[in-house]
Design a binder for this molecule. Structure first.
Ligand code: PLP
Length: 426
């Protein structure tokens, strides 16, 4: 695409953008009496205006039906999770039965590791990305210890080559091959939260399976950001949160994918609760756990209806926008424009280094900028100017224009303000 560094160009792109009006479906935080430029959907997505209505509906049912809300009405709480599985499955490219919405991300990661990290003999190692999100690191570390291993021996962290910022796929595949017979599991982000790098999940899964390991992904930064095909890629399991690119509220519910070959295996070890028990027999309250078929068989507790209702509101917007393919088409242009403008601002790599891959296929909407000097000052200036981005220690500013509620004009204005703020911190 031929980008131009003018406001008129940005406004023309917005005019041609079929998703532009989705902006109006969200609340924007106010800074200095104006809508902020919100590029922080990678941390907490904005509130859909429809969310309140969805919550109110459940509050109304609670007030008027109380306990009977579990079974009465059009959308009984008893199987409320089923209302979400279809939309969520389309976001991650899975069969409906392979997806369940429940709990929160790190909880779900542990539940998956109970079933899919089952070290035996010399096959006890886990490959993961170096510098993974801390919660994922702690989950892997404590799972390894739980099984009696020293995490330093059990966990293999992959780091970029000397002088490089992101992992090369050939190095990941090589490491999988090298550790082949010792590998129990590969568990990494679908997109690295820090650099914004997309990993080739299909190739990694294939390589893992070839050496006899299982493969799972944390899709916190991928779900709702890039199109995924978990089933077609043959991924064994995945987890994600819904409050980042899926706009489902702080601490919102989480998603789990389990490939059907495991979902239909009642013998697979798991930690169980009554909500994963065969629905026909759940209220017989009898001994002997019989899992429901599919990912739903991993549910523990009765559903958190209020946060799940917000997720429903948010998933509806994704569908209305035409799904992940439509969002991705805009996202590539929008982030491409951001990249172009940052380059065009004419700051050298000695001031601002983009550590996100330049190849659009190897990134989602986020661009991570490594700030060489006075990073915190720059960040504070941006925030004061009404731009909400985020700061990751020691010196990275992450900027994530999302296709559902951000515009080309906002990207343009961001680049102007960035330029001004950089002048101010020199
Ligand atoms: C955001 C994020 C988390 C957060 O975990 P919660 O359990 O939702 O608090 C974990 N892992 C990754 C990779 C993330 O990006």
């Amino acid at each position: 695409m031929n980008y131009q560094n003018t406001l008129a160009f940005a406004q023309e792109q917005d005019k041609q953008d079929p998703l532009h009006h989705f902006k109006n479906q969200f609340y924007f935080p106010q800074v200095n009496g104006q809508d902020a430029i919100y590029f922080c959907g990678n941390s907490l997505g904005l509130q859909p205006k429809s969310a309140q209505r969805f919550i109110d509906h459940e509050m109304y049912k609670w007030a008027n039906l109380a306990v009977e809300g579990h079974f009465k009405g059009e959308e009984p709480w008893f199987n409320y999770h089923e209302l979400l599985a279809g939309g969520a499955a389309r976001v991650v490219g899975a069969k409906e039965s392979e997806v369940v919405i429940m709990n929160q991300l790190t909880v779900n990661l542990h539940l998956m590791l109970v079933s899919f990290y089952r070290p035996e003999g010399k096959r006890f190692k886990i490959i993961t990305e170096g510098g993974a999100f801390p919660s994922d690191q702690y989950a892997l570390e404590t799972q390894a210890k739980f099984h009696g291993y020293n995490p330093d021996e059990a966990i293999i962290e992959l780091f970029p080559r000397e002088g490089e910022r992101t992992l090369r796929i050939e190095d990941i595949l090589q490491s999988i091959k090298e550790h082949g017979e010792e590998l129990s599991l590969i568990m990494m982000g679908g997109i690295n939260y820090y650099t914004g790098q997309v990993f080739d999940m299909e190739a990694i899964t294939k390589a893992g399976h070839e050496v006899g390991a299982l493969v799972g992904f944390d899709l916190a930064h991928a779900a709702g950001n890039i199109p995924l095909q978990l089933h077609a890629w043959d991924v064994d399991f995945a987890v994600w949160c819904t409050y980042k690119y899926l706009n489902s509220g702080p601490g919102g519910t989480s998603g789990v994918y389990v490939h059907e070959r495991f979902g239909n295996d009642p013998g697979l070890p798991r930690f169980a609760g009554w909500w994963g028990h065969d629905a026909q027999e759940r209220f017989k309250m009898q001994k002997g756990f019989k899992p429901m078929a599919g990912a739903a068989g991993w549910q523990l507790s009765n559903g958190q209806i209020l946060t799940m209702s917000v997720h429903r509101a948010a998933l509806e917007l994704v569908e209305e926008a035409g799904g992940m393919e439509a969002l991705r088409a805009k996202s590539e242009k929008l982030t491409g424009y951001l990249e172009y403008l940052i380059n065009d601002v004419h700051v050298g790599e000695d001031v601002l280094e983009m550590i996100t891959p330049r190849n659009p296929q190897a990134r989602g909407c986020q661009i991570s900028l490594l700030v060489k000097q006075n990073s915190r000052v720059l960040f504070d200036k941006l925030m004061e100017a009404g731009i909400i981005v985020d700061y990751r220690e020691p010196n990275v500013i992450r900027v994530a224009p999302t296709p559902l509620y951000n515009s080309f004009e906002e990207v343009y204005r961001f680049s102007e303000i960035l330029h001004e703020c950089l002048e101010g911190v020199k």
